[in-house]
Each structure stands twice: as C-alpha cells, then as structure tokens.
Design a binder for this molecule. Sequence first.
Ligand SMILES: Cc1ncc(COP(=O)(O)O)c(C=O)c1O
Length: 347
Amino acid sequence: MIPRAVLAQAQKELLDWNSTGMSVMEMSHRSKQYLPIIEDAEANLRALLNIPNNYKVLFLQGGAITQNYMVPMNLLAGRSASYVASGYWSKRTYSDAQAFNNMNMAASSESINYTKAPNFNSWNYSKNDAYIHFCLNETIHGVEYFDDPKITDVPLVCDMSSNILSRGINVSNYGVIYAGAQKNIGPAGLTLVIVRDDLLNYAEKKTPTTFSWKIQSDNNSMINTPSTFSIYIAGLVFKWLNEMGGLKEVEKLNKEKAESLYSFIDQSEFYYNDIDLSNRSRMNVPFRIRDDTLTMSFVEAAEKKGLYQLKGHRLVGGLRASIYNAMPIEGIHALIKFMKDFEKNNT
Ligand SMILES: Cc1ncc(COP(=O)(O)O)c(C=O)c1O
C-alpha cells in the first residue's frame, strides 16, 4: 500500500506541481523545477535513517535483482565474496552471483526450509572477502533478522527491499544497503542504494556507466534519466514518515500490527505459522490453514470482503499477509475478524 495521504497529495499536484504549470512527469530531470524534488527526497531519507555523511544515496533503476550483478561488478575486484541464504531471495542472489568467480556460501537455512535465519555468529566467511551479502527480511518466507550485525572486518551488503524504513537501523553497520522501492518506499521502477563512500573505488572497468555506483554517485544518480516520478512519490512517503514522528513511531505501529496478527494465529488450532519466534517478520506474515484444501476458498472469500493479495507466493503456497508501513492497524483488525469468521464457518 502507498499511504492514502501521499496518493491524495500526488493527485492534487498531478496536473500542476507547485504552480509550475507542469506535472512532475513532464519535467526534465535536470530542470530547476525537478532538482528540489530529488534533493528533498534525499534530505528526508537521510533524516529518517540518520544516514552518516560518508554514505552516498543513489536513486537507481533495475530493481533489487539488478543489484545481484551490480554488487559484484562494483565491489569484487578479483576477490572472493560470501553469501548467506535465509530464504528465497538471498538464495537467488547467491545463484545469480555464480556468474562471477569465488562466490561462497557462508551459511544457509535451506535444509530447515528457511524457518530460522542463520545466526550472525554461525556465518563462515573469509576475512579476505570483498563483502558478505545477506537479506534482512525474506519477503516470501517471512524471516527477518532483528539483532544488530556485529561483523566489522568485512563490509556487509544487505538487501532490505521488504523491510527498509519499517524500523530504525544503524546504517554504519553496513557497507551497502539496497532496496527495490515497491514495498515500503513507493512505486516500482526505483531502486535505492546507500553505499559507504570508501566502497566506491572497486568497480570493474567494463562496468556500464548506469551500473557503476561511483559514476552514478558523481552524477547525482543522473548519468541517465532517473525514474523521476517514482522518486517524487518516494520523497512524499519519506516526508510522511518523518511527519508521523520518524522510524521509532513507525516501528511501534509495525510491532503492534505484527504482534496482533501472530498472537491470533498462535492461539488458533486452524491456522499456523512455523517460523522461529526470533525471526518472525514484521512485514510479511506467512500462515497456513492446517487443512490446506481450504486455502483457495480462503483467498476467494477474503477478496469478497475487500481483503486482497493474501495468497502465498507461488513457490511456497499457503497464505501471506504483507503488512508494510502504509497498512493501518484497522487492516489487521479486519483480517483477524475475517480469519475468525472463516474458521468458524469451516470447522
Ligand atoms: C527481499 C527481496 N529481494 C529482492 C526482490 C526482487 O526485487 P525486484 O523485483 O525489485 O528486482 C524482492 C521482491 O519481492 C524482495 O522481496
């Protein structure tokens, strides 16, 4: 979901942004009208995440998957790297990385169906690695790391596509953070990269200019035309989050939402969630009906009540409630009420 207030503001400004007589979609990305939009977006994001000055913020394209290639192209420089697989997306990142040499698996929870993320202290990496890649929240499996990574001898590269801005993090714990925008940031088409500036000097010579963090950073993410409208909406979302009271406030709400849903699931004998308590995602709550033959009728009946997109990912089946920042607590209450009724009608 995109916050209602943000959609309403975008609607109001759609034909004429700030008395310019133009829609944001019609502006040149280098124009004096557009530059304050991208600059404000960055300033609001920096305030939200408390991003230190030695980190660059890049507004790129290609989605999180393109970073699977951009990360090694920008960092590897002939060295090795390690990957942690805590669910579908980080395993896929590792598989994509096999196009490069010396890519190792530091830890994987595949053998336990990704029901628990490998602890930081179990990661088997080399001090000579260029980086360690992991995913802070596995969207499909609903597995999230909550403790602070304490690894300082090798830069951490983290895919935060599905939980960025859901709570405060210490940016300094990471070398690189990236996220596709389409969960907690704004519309698809924008990929956010936050990179420590000393890591900008390792790119392979043949790295395309649009893929080079360094070149994009030197050109304020404008070595080619950025996704201007997505950046504008993202900027409105960042402002909305700051006005809500920042990420402390957002985290409080997200905790309340997730805890309500998990505690309902846990007290039920009809539904279940089998993720380790220490790693239950606050953004994506996968659950199953013990009698799996009821899953499709659950999805259909929920849609009739205006509760959409509850079908689990096609790779794992079951059900999944994605409860990103813009989902209000009322949405959780409506879902729990529906789940209670569905249980009553089917037992
Ligand atoms: C954690 C995570 N990583 C990567 C991706 C892939 O993102 P994109 O479609 O932006 O390439 C997703 C998409 O759902 C995701 O949730």
